[in-house]
Design a protein around this ligand. Structure first.
Ligand code: SF4
Length: 239
């Protein structure tokens, strides 16, 4: 019998990921959430959670500036997995004050204003989503950015004061796509237009061959070395 080493390797990786999800669920139960952005990694997580730990709560942030393709994959996942998705939106008064003072496209004006927009549209809703929780799950992978090189599968997230589980931390991009295709997982159509990383519509773009995948986000700031929105850029300690 011929054994396909790559298939066996992938099966082992999936089994490890499922084991970590089950561990997180057993340890934290209703105090655990998966924060989902519906990128390629996150739809893999949705599929795994739905099949192996369906009681894990799934939350997402609707910043008010997401591409239509993201709303489409959100609905496709709701339908396929009967997902009870909790959607967190920014505080309307905060958004109104911000756009009245600086305009709707303030993020192009300066790094500070981009951070202000991310703070109001993403960080504040995420804090509400994580409020009262003890642990959260993300779909981040190590190879996505230099700032993620030191991340581990289980960490203490000092910024949010929670345990943080990163079950896909060791996965490669090709493993993510193999999983999506072999499990018929719905995914964001923008990935087919060469968007490696999809966030808000005005802050995401397609890239060409050889470009750093993170250059698809906040590309106008690249000389400043900024490539994170604050959700995963906090100082992290290993447990
Ligand atoms: S990604 Fe862009 S539009 Fe979205 S919250 Fe951050 S600055 Fe605002």
């Amino acid at each position: 019998m011929v054994v396909n080493v790559e298939v066996v390797k992938m099966q082992a990786k999936v089994a490890e990921t499922i084991a970590l999800l089950e561990q997180a669920n057993n340890e934290y139960g209703s105090s655990l959430v998966f924060a989902c952005s519906f990128g390629a990694e996150d739809v893999v997580m949705i599929d795994l959670i739905s099949k192996h730990a369906p009681s894990i709560q799934v939350v997402t942030l609707d910043t008010g500036r997401l591409p239509q393709a993201t709303y489409n994959v959100m609905d496709a996942c709701r339908e396929k997995y009967h997902l009870e998705l909790k959607v967190y939106c920014p505080d309307a008064a905060e958004v109104e004050a911000m756009v009245c003072e600086s305009g709707l496209n303030l993020f192009y004006q300066s790094v500070e204003k981009r951070k202000q927009c991310c703070e109001i549209r993403k960080i504040h809703p995420l804090k509400r989503a994580l409020s009262g929780k003890q642990a959260w799950i993300t779909g981040v992978r190590r190879e996505q950015a230099d700032s993620r090189l030191d991340m581990t599968a289980v960490e203490d997230d000092a910024h949010f004061g929670l345990k943080k589980f990163n079950p896909l931390i060791e996965w490669t991009e090709s493993e993510v796509w193999d999983y999506i295709r072999s499990n018929d997982v719905p995914y964001n159509a923008l990935h087919d237009q060469h968007y490696p990383s999809i966030g808000c519509e005005p802050c995401s773009r397609s890239i060409t061959v050889g470009e750093d995948p993170r250059s698809g986000r906040w590309w106008w700031e690249r000389e400043d070395g900024v490539a994170e929105c604050g959700l995963h850029a906090s100082p992290l300690k290993k447990p």
